[in-house]
Ligand binder design. Sequence first.
Ligand SMILES: Cc1cc2nc3c(=O)[nH]c(=O)nc-3n(C[C@H](O)[C@H](O)[C@H](O)COP(=O)(O)OP(=O)(O)OC[C@H]3O[C@@H](n4cnc5c(N)ncnc54)[C@H](O)[C@@H]3O)c2cc1C
Length: 465
Amino acid sequence: MRRPGGSKKTVTILGAGLAGTETALRLAEKGYFVLLHEMRPLCSSGAHKTAFMSELVCSNSLKSLNPQTPHGLLKEELLKTGSPVIESAMEARIPGGGALVVDRDAFARRLTDQVLSHPRIRVEHGVVDRLPSDRPLVIATGPLTHPSLVEDLNRHLPGGRLSFYDAIAPIVEADSLDFGLMFRGDRHGEPGRGDHWNSPMSRETYERFCEALLWGERVPPHEGVEDNPEVLRAFQACQPVESLVETGRQTLAFGPLRPVGLPDPATGREPFAVVQLRPEDAGETAFNLVGFQTRLRYPEQERIFRMIPGLGRARFLRHGSLHRNTFLDAPALLKADLTLAGLPGVYATGQILGVEGYTESVAMGFLTALVLDAAWSSDNPWLFDPRAVLPPAETAMGALLSGLAPRRSGAFSPVNLHFGLFPGPSGPSARRIQREQIVARARRAFSGWWTARDAGDSRRVGVGG
Ligand SMILES: Cc1cc2nc3c(=O)[nH]c(=O)nc-3n(C[C@H](O)[C@H](O)[C@H](O)COP(=O)(O)OP(=O)(O)OC[C@H]3O[C@@H](n4cnc5c(N)ncnc54)[C@H](O)[C@@H]3O)c2cc1C
């Protein structure tokens, strides 16, 4: 797929955010010509305030640098691959304890300069409102993709595969729960069997819980993003748990916490209310609180949700949220070579693909560049097998990718990297998340993978390094 004379194809990228910038710089360094479309400054997303590429729309922290945490591990991996975005963050670092906190303008300006001065990148400003026919094509338009492109994407991906907002419930670590206070069972299923764990609430516990929800401190809507009537209408369809309580003290007991079909084996009777916990992975190392999408602040979520029986000492792997977010149903759409089903040669990356968070978006930008380069340098990109190219599931990047894989049950919600996504150990302690073991294994797996790439088949692989 090289052009006569050895130069590579032109790659069209939509969106010069965190993921689009990472992909563009990586591919340009590999010899591709990149046509990068960006709507700013001609049109704003509502959250972006500058004309810079890779603008951080909210916090200026890229979270922990400690490699004993999933985010630290992910950044360590990205730095080893020579990530231009994470390297720029390190250059723009300001004091922030163990976190990678940056001077946001210095960070974005540095990346903008790199893109604009690159001889193989051409930037075109303006809203892309239809999917271009160029291939390869990378969609990196992020959580606030322009509505006209959303409309066109919906035409290409029928069946509700593109969501407009996301409602995330918290995930708690199995090892931190007291299962003695819960019972196993699915609604109307055989008591003592099934996929869910159920936390029964007496009337008194339920009322105290509702009171706490009512008064819990909430995250205000992002100005210009979540306060417009269209978004507010969308949010009506999926209300935060604390807003449901506002509509009536019994709403939860007749809604997500209804006990119908869930008799407690200890009493033989249905409790007053039941919180259901659904496993997040086959090893049951983590559980999702069913129906608990929320806009409570993170510390408030921990304080209030620990009132649920069995969750008194719960550790939160992910907190709940509800916000404007355009994202694809990755488990249904993402093919092994990271192209979209039904759209050959079209890649989606960053947050629109279904990850959530700055570093996760950058990591997807890297993986897209890696696979795209390998495919379009091969004899036949349409029949390319990506297995030899992608990092193993034990690494942080591999764990992130596995969060986008087809799921056993439940609707897909965007993925931030957490320990529950790493493959669990087998054996008697399978339910425990063994952090030190996971980190040590991830570092070994990453070194093995990266060294093999460096030493081995440089013809087949080669973005970064
Ligand atoms: C309000 C808000 C706050 C957030 N806060 C945080 C936070 O504090 N921490 C965190 O880790 N994550 C946060 N996120 C989530 C996420 O990590 C960031 O949004 C991140 O920037 C996603 O990277 P991206 O490259 O996928 O998208 P973006 O960085 O948003 O880049 C997408 C780019 O595409 C452009 N674009 C969109 N549509 C078109 C079009 N049709 N034509 C041309 N260009 C287009 C946009 O202008 C933008 O530059 C937040 C998200 C939102 C919406």
